[in-house]
Design a protein around this ligand. Structure first.
Ligand code: NAI
Length: 775
């Protein structure tokens, strides 16, 4: 093409990035890779091909790791962990810093290898993925340096098993490896089978950085290898990014293993354009939201919601812009959309679009091969399959709304809750909408902004846990030191009929009212001098009623922290006024002598959480761009909690108080030994201005009620400090709606530790809100 023609057509010629260095690196291994275990590359075993999706050419052969490989990797990680942790934060910081430097120095090689292996445009690998990888290691080198100050009382969990997807192979590795190593853990990582090469190059770079042997191990292969890693008994913590379906499988497969788990899963994130938005900016934001990495992004703004008044104009602008996008050779620096990662994924996208039923707009010419052009589908209803299902390709679906309230309703009409993007020039509209969106990340007048200092992660079926920021690092730590267990109390036994004092039948507290069990069943409870009273036995229906009441009390989340504190103080006062009675009751029902101390501790705990209520709201993150990232603490929602047997009053208060302090509503199932204490406590709540439905209390067999709570679709989290063996069933049943779980991990037995940040973290979610700010 001549210069004159270029001027006339504004067409640009090809600007290919050279691939020689990356291909030479592959050739240096003879084109065949073994796993990286204990600081060395093993000889390749049984291998499979990894291809360049843009050309279909075989790039290399990669090993399908065997069970023995996974065993060896976990053993190497275990052997290396103590020494790595003992290096101290400052020692680890040096190594992480060296890794960050080497990622920068090798950025071109790494970016090209990434593009060759997964087909993403080199422009993105070079300008987005690699800078973020380096930034992640720098940030976490800093976190390691300050570890003792930033994470007081915390230590590494141990060996981490990490499984990552193919859409950001190196970046997802960085998100997982950097915090794990900073905290003093060691790692066994399995990259996605389509894109293993950059993880192997990274391992090579870690050797150069002086990372001790065994601290990072890479095992390659398919989902079978992934499963072997996550269920391995030598793995203490599992972190996964990928599809919701596999996340669910991992939740079930690891249930009851006592492993820490974080899941970063799919999304169908709304991109909301109000009629007062700067439409041209919004169009560019949209290009980034849905066509970045060909839409193969978990938080892609794949659902366009545009206000009716500007819909026609906005869609016309979007269509005009789509026609200018260039699809082609990902190594070409002028390309906007590269290849789709694999023909299997291409077929998946095609099949979904062909069955869409909407008006499909596809303006771009495509080269031969594994490509799919930018696509817009209009005229869909919110309930249509493509409005609900993750496509994971360059396909945007759209609908319109009339009012801000309708925008919120449509935005939240999804089983996911990963991200959302809001476009408006009216700051009041944007800041009014942001808190109402059910999503872990909200971008105001922006999209796809990420940083190591800002938490990223979802709610609902987008998973749980955050990556990035202090909350991300914290997920790779646990409380340091050993705990001194308290003794569980045992139920008194007695002769039926030997009633002491008044006949009392403790009722449940549901929706602010004392109610009898739905099935009418009761059982006797004994004290020192015989029958002390009766207590109802809750069943499925009672749990459902309590959850419904809790759902109905959603207004509690919107009350001020000051008001929540006031109510907690009021509960404390009313409990204190009845101290002697409660102390006697506890001693009578459990045979302990420290009833008064337990009541005093419960009063103090209520005061503590009253104090915390307005002091755990979140903070501001220093992100390297024009804007600020607010880390806002939001309530989790409805929390179902099984109370412990160790202390009937303090146990219940220790779960209830942090939950309601943060704006959650609770369904509490009392300990089984002394449920009458909770019965008395219901009266305290009734006189303390707690709105109906915020706290619901019932009693019954934990083994039967735990799975009901865990499987309930309207419960957002389940906590269990039950004396019964119910953790496994809770974790397994929670997989249905991927709700958060927090089950006995040593806390239930140590009441002093059961107060403060750890518990408040469980009672809240971080929502990261990105707001334009500054010059
Ligand atoms: P996937 O979820 O199957 O794979 C992700 C990783 O998990 C890979 O390393 C895979 O080998 C591993 N894996 C598979 N089965 C496993 C198991 N039972 N236990 C442990 N590890 C296992 O994702 P896939 O099949 O590559 O893509 C399917 C769909 O998932 C995509 O179309 C997209 O909708 C979604 N996806 C979402 C991602 C996200 O970031 N949220 C990333 C990749 C895919």
């Amino acid at each position: 093409m001549r210069v004159k023609e270029i001027f006339e057509s504004m067409e640009y010629g090809p600007a290919p990035e050279a691939s020689g260095e990356a291909l030479a690196w592959i050739a240096g291994f003879g084109g065949r890779f073994g796993c990286f275990i204990d600081g060395t590359f093993r000889a390749p075993g049984e291998t499979f091909e990894t291809r360049n999706p843009a050309s279909g050419a075989v790039l290399a052969e990669v090993t399908q790791a065997t069970a023995e490989d996974v065993d060896a990797a976990v053993a190497a990680a275990r052997a290396a962990q103590g020494k790595w942790q003992a290096l101290g934060g400052k020692g680890r910081a040096r190594v992480l810093y060296a890794i960050a430097r080497l990622c920068q120095k090798n950025a071109r090689l790494m970016a090209v290898l990434e593009t060759l292996d997964c087909g993403k445009p080199i422009r993105e690998a070079r300008d987005a993925d690699l800078p973020l990888v380096a930034r992640h290691f720098y940030y976490h080198a800093g976190m390691a340096q300050l570890f003792e100050e930033e994470m007081p009382g915390r230590e590494a969990i141990g060996v981490c098993g990490q499984v990552i997807p193919w859409n950001f192979p190196l970046l997802m590795l960085a998100w997982k490896v950097a915090p794990a190593l900073a905290a003093g853990n060691t790692v066994v990582l399995k990259p996605a089978e389509w894109t293993s090469l950059s993880a192997l190059l990274f391992a090579d770079i870690c050797r150069q950085a002086g990372l001790p042997k065994g601290v990072l191990n890479i095992v390659t292969g398919d989902g079978i290898v992934g499963e072997r890693v996550v269920v391995h008994e030598g793995v203490d913590k599992v972190a996964f990014t990928g599809s919701t379906e596999v996340g669910r499988k991992i939740r079930r497969a690891t249930a009851g293993q006592g492993k820490a788990l974080t899941l970063e899963l799919g999304g169908k994130s709304p991109f909301i354009v109000f009629e007062d938005a700067d439409l041209d900016s919004a169009v560019e934001g949209l290009v980034d939201a849905i066509w970045f990495n060909g839409g193969q992004v978990c938080c892609a703004g794949s659902r366009l919601l545009v206000q009716e008044g500007v819909a026609e104009r906005f869609l016309a602008k979007v269509k005009a812009r789509m026609a200018t996008l260039r699809v082609g050779d990902p190594l070409d620096k002028g390309i906007d959309l590269g290849a789709i990662v694999d023909p299997v994924q291409l077929a998946r996208i095609r099949a979904l679009v062909e069955a869409s039923g909407g008006a499909v707009f596809q303006p771009c010419d495509l080269p031969e091969g594994c490509y799919y052009g930018p696509t817009l589908i209009t005229g869909l209803e919110s309930s249509d399959r493509l409005m609900q299902e993750e496509i994971f390709g360059p396909v945007l679906v759209s609908t319109t709304f009339r009012t801000p309230a309708e925008a919120v309703q449509l935005a939240n009409d999804t089983r996911y809750g990963l991200a959302a993007s809001v476009w408006s020039e009216n700051i009041n509209v944007a800041l009014d909408i942001a808190p109402k969106l059910v999503a872990g990340v909200v971008w105001i007048n922006g999209s796809n902004m990420f940083d190591a200092a800002a938490g990223f992660g979802g709610v609902r079926e987008s998973g749980f846990g955050r990556e990035g920021g202090p909350e991300g690092l914290r997920a790779y730590t646990r409380p340091a030191g050993k705990r001194k267990p308290l003794k569980p109390v045992k139920a008194m036994t007695g002769e039926p009929g030997a009633q002491a004092g008044l006949d009392r039948t403790a009722k449940f507290l549901i929706g602010g009212k004392q109610v009898r069990p739905d099935g009418g069943q009761v059982r006797p409870v004994y004290g020192r001098k015989g029958l002390a009273g009766q207590v109802g036995i809750a069943g499925r229906k009672d749990i459902r009623n309590a959850v419904e009441a809790a759902r109905g009390a959603a207004g509690w989340a919107g009350t001020t922290a000051h008001l929540r504190a006031q109510i907690l103080y009021y509960i404390a006062e009313n409990l204190e006024a009845r101290s002697a009675e409660f102390a006697a009751r506890i001693e009578d029902l459990t045979g302990v002598k420290h009833g008064a101390r337990e009541v005093e501790a419960a009063v103090s705990r209520l005061f503590s959480y009253g104090a915390w209520a307005d002091k755990f709201g979140g903070d501001l993150r220093q992100v390297p761009m024009r804007g600020m990232a607010l880390a806002v603490r939001e309530p989790v929602g409805v929390i179902g909690a099984l109370c412990p047997e160790e202390a009937p009053l303090l146990g219940l208060v220790s779960l209830m108080a942090p939950a309601i302090a943060m704006g959650n509503r609770v369904v509490l199932v009392t300990g089984e030994a002394a449920p009458l204490v909770a019965g008395d406590f219901c009266q305290v709540l009734e006189t303390s201005d707690v709105p109906g439905g915020v706290v619901n209390i019932l009693s019954g067999p934990h083994a039967e009620l735990a799975p009901v709570l865990a499987a309930h679709m309207d419960v957002d989290a389940v906590w269990s400090f039950s004396g019964g063996d119910v953790s496994a069933v809770i974790e397994a049943e929670s997989a249905g709606s991927l709700k958060r779980t927090w089950v006995n991990d040593g806390y239930a037995t140590d009441w002093d530790a059961f107060e403060g940040r750890d518990v408040l973290e469980q009672a809240s979610e971080v929502k990261t809100v990105w707001v334009p700010y500054g010059a």
